[in-house]
Design a protein around this ligand. Structure first.
Ligand code: NDP
Length: 338
């Protein structure tokens, strides 16, 4: 049972060498009376929040940081090999919380959803049909409250969450511009995901000027994935009654001292609502989300780009790559195809 463990707590940017691939053990049978499930992990998801759990200091509220010497935990897609819980049976496919190893014994009380639609790629349950999909859906619709004609800006726009937010915005009759960190990503935004426009933030010396160019009348909804300088420039360009959906701040997760944001007073003058959210508060909407999105995938009205690497030996590198923008689309690790 190969595992990826945390070797050392991470101080700034995570490195491959902060993790190690080791051989661990796994219970061959469920202990008598156990209500756990024994999983064969098929796909593992690389998510930016995992970095916060790699620090020695406490993670965000409700999160337990990783322990050195133990496998990382995270979202994944798995097959049930044995189940002591009545809701799951041998052979079921599930997505939810698992560990970075080939086989995992997990309590069924963890986040675990049974997969009902299998006529789509199973890896989608780490992305568009899993946690990032729910994040884009809840963040954009429930927190952003879009109206037709709204002007929407999305940062980290080609990533797991961002590419969906842009497509949801287009389907809702909004004008949407995305920022991303390479020419290839900008091309994807414009030519694959249907953003009205897109730019490479690394090539914009003045983000305020760039936003003024793309949003001469200002921004109604900013879907915040990165924080820092981008947020500061956005604050100067928001419209009256605009909404800032604070999904994440990936540019800050590796900094010992987060960057200061200086333009917050614009919230007052422009009556802006800036609201953070946590996707786990919206999982009760998962069935409604599937009803919305599955037909759109099948009809080709929503597309999804994944960046899939093979094998646990590539896992650490894939996770670290999120923080240099190496991933193009949703970063997935495939362990087995079933
Ligand atoms: P992505 O697939 O977008 O991967 C991360 C991307 O972030 C990279 O590809 C890179 O893209 C960009 N990035 C990395 N470092 C920086 C930096 N210093 N400045 C600007 N951009 C950077 O990740 P996800 O779509 O999975 O996550 C997007 C955001 O959503 C994250 O902030 C994450 O924490 C958050 N999130 C929040 C949830 C919630 O419940 N609130 C749930 C899930 C995710 P590029 O090349 O374009 O720079």
């Amino acid at each position: 049972n190969n595992q990826v463990i945390l070797k050392d707590y991470v101080v700034d940017f995570p490195k491959e060498s902060d993790m190690d691939l080791v051989e661990g053990t796994i219970a061959q049978k469920l202990p008598e009376g156990s209500n756990e499930v024994l999983l064969k992990n098929l796909y593992l998801s690389c998510d930016p929040y995992m970095r916060m759990l790699m620090s020695k200091t406490e993670g965000p509220e409700g999160f337990q940081t990783y322990s050195t010497g133990s496998p990382l935990t995270g979202y994944g897609v798995a097959k049930v090999l044995e189940s002591g819980h009545p809701d799951y049976k041998k052979g079921d496919l599930v997505w939810g919380f698992t560990r970075w190893e080939e086989y995992s014994l997990v309590p069924a009380s963890m986040i675990l959803f049974k997969i009902e639609h299998t006529d789509v790629p199973l890896s989608y349950y780490t992305g568009i049909l899993g946690m990032p999909g729910m994040t884009a859906y809840a963040g954009f619709f429930e927190v952003g409250l879009p109206k037709e004609g709204d002007k929407v800006f999305v940062s980290a726009a080609s990533g797991a969450v961002g590419q969906l937010v842009g497509q949801f915005a287009k389907l809702s009759g909004c004008y949407v511009v995305g920022s991303a960190g390479s020419k290839d990503k900008v091309d994807l935004l414009k030519n694959k995901f249907g953003f009205d426009d897109a730019f490479n933030y690394k090539e914009e010396p003045d983000l305020n000027a760039a936003l003024k160019r793309y949003f001469p009348e200002g921004i109604d909804i900013y879907f915040e994935n990165v924080g820092g300088k981008t947020l500061d420039a956005v604050l100067l360009n928001m419209r009256v009654h605009g909404r800032i959906v604070v999904c994440g701040m990936v540019s800050q997760y590796n900094l010992a001292q987060p960057e200061g944001v200086t333009n917050l007073q614009h919230l007052i003058i422009k009556r802006i609502r800036m609201q953070g959210f946590n996707v786990t508060d919206y999982y009760h909407q998962y069935p409604k989300f599937l009803e919305y999105i599955v037909p759109k995938i099948k009809e080709g009205k929503i597309v999804y780009v994944e960046d899939i690497v093979e094998g646990l030996e590539k896992a650490a590198q894939a996770l670290v790559g999120l923080f240099s923008g190496r991933n193009v689309g949703k970063q997935v690790i495939v362990l087995a195809h079933e």
